[in-house]
Design a protein. Structure first.
Length: 111
């Protein structure tokens, strides 16, 4: 997958602070971090997911995303793309049901 006009850069997976493949329990948040600042980020929710995901771009710490504080909300099959012109280092995600990193949710970016 490329980025931009004719871009051939590969995406990289952000690392979940709870551990790769970790399960995040309903009503909790986890933060995903990139090794280097990403120019563009895509967060995707699995098509069969029952989770609704609440996303905060560039969260300072886990717990910023909530039912009342979010930059994007994803249902099953949805994805969110980071806004143009900002660099992303972290993504905090609140989930309303249990979800698993890299199974129910993917956080990928171009660094």
């Amino acid at each position: 997958m490329g980025y931009g006009l004719g871009g051939q850069d590969q995406t990289v997976q952000a690392v979940c602070g709870d551990g790769v493949g970790a399960t995040i329990s309903a009503g909790n948040t986890a933060i995903w971090t990139f090794g280097a600042v990403a120019r563009k980020v895509i967060v995707s929710n699995h098509p069969d997911s029952a989770a609704k995901l609440y996303i905060v771009w560039n969260a300072a710490a886990t717990g910023e995303a909530s039912l009342t504080n979010w930059d994007a909300v994803l249902s099953a099959r949805d994805y969110a793309v980071s806004p143009d012109g900002i660099l992303i280092k972290t993504v905090d995600i609140y989930t309303d049901v249990d979800m698993t990193d890299q199974t129910n949710v993917q956080v990928r970016g171009w660094v």
